[in-house]
Design a protein around this ligand. Structure first.
Ligand SMILES: Cc1cc2nc3c(=O)[nH]c(=O)nc-3n(C[C@H](O)[C@H](O)[C@H](O)COP(=O)(O)OP(=O)(O)OC[C@H]3O[C@@H](n4cnc5c(N)ncnc54)[C@H](O)[C@@H]3O)c2cc1C
Length: 477
């Protein structure tokens, strides 16, 4: 196909993992691509900085990367050659309980199951077939709704994934297995009675058993740096400090892909869209937000349960009932007094994160969208509950409420880190019910952020699918 000369073949606005993935795929296909970022540095949810004290490196947003190593697209990229090194903690995640024990999830399904007592066989029965089948169905499961390549295998996964976590957890008898499952499902940031809350739990558990839950050596920004360096090596161009308010500000191109959410898409390009598409975008639903905290610590976190000391991630929330109650309260617009806290302790495994003998920790809990309540004490009390003496190790801290998170990154509307609710109503039809969710109603304009399938997390698959669509539609490739 012969296209008229423009400044660039394609422009990508926003350099989060999805923007970077979209830019890379199009540059790989021989197009000239400009990647524009509003902030001084690239990366979106993949930046790291000394937020507390000099020498203490913190991940500002994402910290733990099961989805990046499980990503069918990122897997194909030579990111190791561009400086990216993953560290795999021996235990992907630990889940402590009030009685001083912890459930843990390790690479081995059998070792994970063995510690679940009466649920040993139930755990093996659930996870073994899913882990075996995952490589076959991952490209379908991590993409838009379409007829799958392996329909029967996909249906087997779907039957479990589309149920509520409350329903699926009933196959377990012990508080350990049920609590572990609740912690995984709570990543979906919605009531655990909602349909499809098992999907997030299963994907995270499968990825723990297939690869692990790694942290990048030197911080999450190393993923963005490696992606950007590879993009540049292919001939791609990056411009930072360019906050796009309207499409009219952009150089000419045949395609524009926007790594933004529907609210911003309306502001930037709404004047080019049909009334119906604008109406659909306006109805898009954002979910609860997060309150984030980073600590510089004098010592490792003194968790009571031994398993927590070898875990990169710790899920703090005790039983299924407690986590489910907290998530429901947040969904109902209330602050949970004992919220589920996701905590990562990277310096235990990566000495570059803190001065010798010192440590960092990263944590967040869910709060109602837009909440400015300071959750510092509540989060620290939750950690202290399972790690007495924790508060005495704190040297400094840095916090962000939902408004500060949105100010830091305009994609996190009201503190929503998933780019919109990922419930059954928006799982496949994000941001709108269309044949291709990536294609807007205007020719050559695409949305490529986590507000498209498969949703939030650092995997780049939204960007990959959006770029594939643009390549086919506009460039016939
Ligand atoms: C506190 C926190 C913890 C998280 N933890 C994890 C985790 O451990 N693991 C995980 O997998 N995920 C995690 N996430 C989620 C993950 O970061 C996001 O799902 C992911 O970054 C989404 O990628 P994206 O490319 O869609 O958008 P983003 O990463 O949000 O990137 C969007 C980029 O576009 C830029 N931009 C937006 N509007 C404009 C504009 N108008 N003009 C120019 N540039 C613009 C922004 O500045 C930003 O750089 C976390 C998020 C947060 C906030």
């Amino acid at each position: 196909m012969q296209l008229e000369k423009r400044d660039y073949d394609a422009i990508v606005v926003g350099s989060g993992p999805n923007g970077l993935a979209a830019a890379i795929l199009m540059q790989q296909k021989g197009l000239s691509v400009l990647l524009i970022e509003g902030k001084e540095t690239i990366g979106g949810g993949l930046r790291s900085a000394e937020l507390t004290l000099p020498g203490y490196l913190h991940d500002i947003c994402s910290a733990v990367h099961p989805l990046a190593v499980a990503s069918p697209f990122f897997e194909t990229l030579p990111l190791g050659d561009y400086g990216l090194e993953y560290i795999f903690p021996p235990i992907a995640a630990a889940h402590p309980f009030d009685n001083g024990t912890a459930a843990i999830i390790k690479k081995s399904i059998e070792e994970t199951a063995r510690l679940l007592g009466a649920d040993e066989q139930a755990y093996i029965n659930l996870m073994q077939p899913l882990v075996k089948d995952w490589p076959m169905i991952a490209p379908d499961a991590l993409g838009p709704l379409h007829f799958p390549n392996h329909p029967l295998t996909m249906a087997k996964f779907g039957l479990k994934a589309l149920t509520s976590a409350t329903h699926l957890a009933r196959r377990f008898k012990t508080p350990e297995a049920q609590g572990l499952f609740a912690g995984m499902a709570a990543h979906s940031i919605q009531p655990l009675t909602n349909l499809a809350t098992s999907a997030e739990a299963l994907v995270l558990m499968i990825s723990a058993h297939l690869k692990g839950w790694p942290i990048p050596k030197g911080g999450s920004n190393q993923i963005a740096n490696a992606l950007a360096s590879y993009f540049i090596s292919l001939g791609g161009k990056i411009e930072t400090n360019f906050y796009v308010k309207s499409l009219d500000q952009l150089p000419s191109s045949h395609a524009v892909l926007l790594d933004v959410t529907p609210k911003q898409l309306l502001q930037i390009a709404g004047h080019r869209f049909s009334l119906l598409y604008n109406w659909q975008l306006e109805r898009y639903r954002y979910g609860p937000g997060v309150f984030k905290i980073d600590w510089a610590l004098d010592a490792p976190i003194p968790f009571t349960a031994a398993g927590c000391h070898e875990a990169g991630t710790v899920h703090i929330g005790n039983t299924f009932a407690e986590i489910a109650q907290g998530e429901q309260q947040i969904w109902d617009g209330k602050i949970a007094e004992k919220p589920f806290v996701l905590l990562s302790q990277p310096s235990l495994f990566d000495t570059s994160r803190a001065p010798e003998g010192k440590h960092t920790a990263w944590a967040y809990c869910h709060v109602p969208g837009g909440s400015t309540t300071d959750m510092t004490v509540i989060i620290e009390n939750q950690v202290e509950r399972f790690a007495p003496g924790f508060k005495d190790t704190i040297l400094a801290k840095h916090t962000m409420n939902t408004a500060q998170i949105e100010e830091y990154n305009p994609n996190y509307i009201g503190g929503d880190i998933n780019g919109g609710v990922i419930d059954i109503g928006q799982l496949f039809t994000r941001p709108a019910l269309r044949w291709s969710p990536y294609k807007t109603s205007a020719k050559g304009i695409y949305i490529c952020s986590s507000s498209t399938p498969p949703g939030g997390g650092v995997h780049g698959m939204c960007g990959y699918h959006a770029a594939k669509k643009a390549l086919r539609d506009v460039f016939d490739r």
